[in-house]
Ligand binder design. Structure first.
Ligand code: PLP
Length: 227
């Protein structure tokens, strides 16, 4: 087995254990393998052992890696997990199967326009800034319910879930619990939370998608991390 396949087996095992410990089914949790900064060869190692769900945080980087892999593996599912500029909305709708970072009305409007133009409707998540950090993207918790309603009724975006990135210096569990509550209150089934350091906690608190990078692919070069 490749090193990548070994790490995939380990992370999958931990996810399954955390799910069972919480009385959940391991199959209720999807592992999004975050391949940012890592090359197509690293992605291929996981594809070869059957993994199909990947995440990237930059449109341009993903465009350099994934079109060829998607041609080879048509059931590959690619998630955009990083901030999206409106001028990249068309490229994002064309390439990604899921967009986890919808965080403002202007972007919702651009996405829906491009979806109509391209005849493709990637599932969308709303990113919530649960820690209310000024430097971080995401809708503030107090504005979420109104934004969900606008996405559904005004923009008719296919909103299916919520995503968050907790502050690095706070207990992630509190943010995960808050995101779970906000998803339930809004009737949203998908909850994307948990990264390499805390994905097991996220699974215990109801994550349906965990986004794991370094635990699968190894450490990222510091300068290219742009996390
Ligand atoms: C990079 C990144 C991850 C993965 O981070 P790791 O700590 O390497 O697992 C998850 N989510 C987002 C939004 C990211 O940008």
């Amino acid at each position: 087995m490749s090193a990548g396949a070994d790490r995939l087996a380990e992370v999958s095992h931990r996810i399954a254990d955390a799910a069972r410990a919480a009385g959940r089914q391991p199959s209720d949790v999807t592992l999004v393998a975050v391949s940012k900064t890592h090359g197509a060869d690293s992605v291929r190692e996981l594809l070869e052992v059957g993994h199909r769900v990947f995440g990237e945080n930059r449109v341009q980087e993903a465009e350099g890696k994934f079109p060829a892999l998607k041609a080879e593996y048509p059931d590959l599912e690619l998630h955009l997990i990083g901030p999206l500029q409106t001028n990249k909305a068309r490229e994002a709708v064309a390439l990604f199967d899921v967009i986890q970072s919808v965080d403002r009305e202007k972007l919702a409007a651009s996405l829906v326009k491009e979806m109509e133009r391209l005849g493709r409707r990637p599932a969308c998540y709303i990113q919530v800034n649960t820690g209310e950090e000024p430097q971080k993207a995401g809708i503030l918790p107090k504005d979420l319910d109104a934004f969900v309603t606008a996405c559904r009724e005004q923009y008719k975006l296919p909103i299916v879930g919520l995503m968050c990135i907790p502050p690095v210096d706070e207990e992630a569990a509190l943010h995960f619990a808050l995101l779970g509550k906000m998803a339930a209150r809004n009737g949203l089934a998908k909850i994307s939370m948990g990264m390499s350091a805390d994905y097991e906690t996220a699974v215990r608190l109801g994550a349906t998608h965990v986004r794991v990078g370094s635990a699968l692919f190894g450490a990222r070069p510091a300068l290219a991390a742009h996390a």
